[in-house]
Ligand binder design. Structure first.
Ligand SMILES: Cc1ncc(Cc2csc(CCOP(=O)(O)OP(=O)(O)O)c2C)c(N)n1
Ligand SMILES: [Mg+2]
Length: 569
């Protein structure tokens, strides 16, 4: 009866769960503990997938890449203070990479925090989070939960996506209110990431500049991959006939084997192009800030497509800024190109294709190396073939040599299949990304990990086994960071700071939790083990033995290391 409905109650626990479900957020990545353990149990009981990790940082990385892959904010749930701080690295990473993510942390009551009275895991989390994320909100009253969750979702996905912190003090969960009023307080977010249409004259200006080019280049950034405007982007590239250079996580938007792909001719196209159109790519350190020897000394004009107006002129002058969401901008450009677009001069196309084919040919024999212990090229040659045969698989990649060489050697064929260290070049994303990629897409995951990189999140192999995920981890074990051969110059008993236990057997870790462990000493053993893993879908860890002398310091970015000009003592 109406009277019963009047009396029926709901509470904070249920309102948060209802708000998440109402907005299609059905997965939570987290670590249980006071004050959110029961919340996790209740969310699972209500049909939300609640994945428990061994460290909040990995749960946070999982949530961040879930956002990139789905365009819905990934949700990470942690306890107060230390758990929150562990998740905060991932929230800052999401914000830096423009991935939509919400970090939900339990927290202490305001009255205790503000008087600094020493609560259990006390910290002013909202204040700590604010400078490191896109937006941060705290909810004190149950009737505000609907609005709080709605604001967090909209802030995470609208405009330039990013990380949002949602602070939930412990007492909020137990607060009760009338069920009917509670239901009415919930908000289903309408059009959370509205299309942002570019100004027609900005499109015209961009096309005029592009038309004037003799040596145009299009650079696709991970923003272009995130946009899920794959068809429009393919049309723009193929209709324009312009060579394209995909940044790491944009690989596969068009296949790396596409005739217009200039990935293998990167240095030539950056140096010799005269007009560069950036699509969802920022001119940051990954593109040498658009200046210096990488870009040659011929004058260049930059066109930039980005949803963030403040990105323009960040590093060099942008002569044709196009501000809007990438799908809308690319569609407007294609429309504006009309039906008689002039493709670039044949000699430019030929220059790029010749350079590319030469570089691919030069690399080919090294990929056949059958050495044992393996070198990077021999091992990566095997994985290159496997990804070509299994284009559906998602490739997770981190390390230094393991990352830089894999990026250039393993071709990608589909969008959003390569997920890696991103803008910060952060180590530790491996297992969190692998778990989220498997959960969000249901596809098999191949994680290609440096042995150091793996160490940052290695304990999550238990999580992978616990949820029986189709993840095959290949560790390039060269006994250390960059190499395994450094020695302690002092002659002391400590090993050098960059070397690990010689001949470590990481495969035994996976066996410890019921997964499949393989020690692979040759490319052939590696090939058999990876194919078996991809066929079986069983959690597998392959310890690929790599020559400890094979790597170089910091992979391809050794030049960023400060050097001492003083003579070594
Ligand atoms: C959170 C964080 N801490 C440290 C570092 C610095 C670093 C960059 S690359 C790397 C590991 C390289 O060794 P690995 O064995 O993975 O690869 P390989 O070259 O094939 O031997 C470290 C520690 C970064 N980037 N992020
Ligand atoms: Mg290593």
């Amino acid at each position: 009866t109406a009277n019963d409905a009047e009396q029926e109650l709901t509470d904070g626990f249920h309102l948060i769960i209802d708000a998440l479900k109402l907005n299609g957020l059905n997965t939570i990545y987290g670590v249980p503990g006071i004050p959110i353990t029961d919340f996790g149990r209740m969310a699972q009981a209500e049909g939300i997938r609640v994945l428990s990790f061994r460290h909040e940082q990995n749960a946070g990385y999982a949530a961040s890449i879930a956002g990139f892959l789905t365009k819905k904010p990934g949700v990470c749930l942690t306890v107060s203070a230390p758990g929150f701080l562990n998740g905060l690295t991932a929230l800052a990473h999401a914000t830096t990479n423009c991935f939509p993510m919400i970090l939900i942390s339990g927290s202490s009551e305001r009255e205790i925090v503000d008087l600094q009275q020493g609560d259990y895991e006390e910290m002013d989390q909202l204040a700590v989070a604010k400078p490191l994320c896109k937006a941060a909100f705290r909810v004190l009253h149950a009737q505000d939960i609907g609005i709080g969750v709605a604001r967090a979702i909209r802030a995470a996905v609208s405009g330039r996506p990013g990380g949002v912190y949602l602070d939930l003090p412990a007492k909020l969960f137990g607060q009760v209110m009338n069920a009917d009023a509670g239901k009415k307080s919930l908000v289903k977010v309408i059009d959370a990431a509205p299309a942002q249409i570019p100004a027609p004259d900005s499109v015209k200006r961009a096309l005029d500049v592009l038309k004037s080019a003799k040596k145009p280049l299009i650079i696709l950034g991970k923003g272009a991959a995130y946009a899920q405007a794959d068809g429009e982007i393919r049309t723009l590239i193929e209709k324009s006939g312009i060579p394209f250079l995909p940044m790491s996580m944009a690989k596969g938007l068009l296949p790396d084997t596409h005739p217009q792909c200039a990935g293998a001719a990167r240095s030539t196209v950056l140096k010799d192009s005269d007009v560069v159109m950036l699509i969802g790519a920022r001119l940051n350190w990954l593109l040498s800030h658009g200046k210096g020897k990488t870009w040659g000394d011929a004058p260049k004009k930059f066109i930039q497509i980005d949803i963030e107006p403040k990105e323009m002129d960040s590093n060099v002058e942008i002569v044709a800024p196009v501000v809007g969401d990438i799908g809308s901008c690319v569609s407007a450009l294609v429309q504006g190109m009309g039906s008689n677009w002039q493709t670039p001069p044949a000699d430019w196309i030929k220059t790029v294709q010749t350079k590319r084919d030469d570089n691919v040919a030069k690399m080919a024999p090294r990929l056949m190396n059958n050495n044992s212990p393996m070198d990077y090229h021999g091992a990566l040659g095997v994985l290159r073939t496997i990804i070509k045969e299994r284009p559906d698989a998602i490739l997770v990649n981190e390390g230094a040599n393991t990352l830089d060489l894999a990026r250039g050697i393993i071709d990608m064929y589909q969008p959003r299949k390569r997920i890696d260290v991103g803008t910060w070049g952060i180590m530790g994303i491996g297992m969190g990304y692998s778990i989220a990629a498997a959960i969000e897409t249901g596809k098999p995951v191949l994680a290609v990990e440096g042995d150091s990189a793996f160490g940052f999140s290695g304990m999550e192999v238990e999580t992978i086994c616990r949820y029986k995920l189709p993840v095959c981890v290949v560790i390039f074990n060269n006994d250390g960071i960059y190499r395994g051969t450094d020695v302690n110059p002092s002659g002391g008993s400590d090993v050098a700071p960059t070397v690990f236990v010689k001949g470590a057997r990481y495969d035994k870790m996976m066996e410890a939790f019921g997964g499949v462990g393989v020690n692979a000493k040759t490319p052939d053993e590696l090939k058999r083990a990876v194919n078996a893993a991809m066929d079986s879908g069983k959690p597998t860890l392959i310890n690929a033995v790599i020559d400890p002398a094979a790597g170089s310091e910091s992979g391809r970015i050794g030049n960023l290391n400060p050097q001492s000009v003083l003579k070594k003592k």
